[in-house]
Design a protein around this ligand. Sequence first.
Ligand code: 5GP
Ligand code: ZN
Length: 133
Amino acid sequence: MNCIFCKIIAGEIPSYKVYEDEDTLAFLDINPVHPGHTLVVPKKHYANIEEADEATLCQVIKTVKKVGLSLKNKLGASGYNVQVNNDPASGQLVPHLHFHLVPRMADDGLKLWPQRAYQPGQAEEVMKKIKIN
Ligand code: 5GP
Ligand code: ZN
């Protein structure tokens, strides 16, 4: 499998590792939104959230929490964004599930995606389509 993150996990490509355990690895993104931008990955290769088993997802989110605490306590971040680009349509370039943690400072000027109001009736229509239970 020609996966760049599998190569980082295997140590074939160098990375700045922030945290590692049996199931997960956290390392600095090579092109950070802000310094400290970290990627958390499961060591097993899964393309996206749906492919990954629940135990793995739990391990990954536990590592997200650890790294987030470190960004706050050691980097002085006021908060952080957690983002998964899930599938290419959402902007996923590396097809190995990864959680971005972007440290945020008050008034750092970073703008997230634009939002807009629903048209009348549109919210109910969409809810009925995607409702699970
Ligand atoms: P995606 O768009 O798939 O959600 O994000 C992939 C991320 O991986 C990008 O933010 C990119 O900067 C980062 N990235 C790509 N190649 C490498 C690499 O070789 N090493 C590291 N540390 N990060 C990488
Ligand atoms: Zn991989």
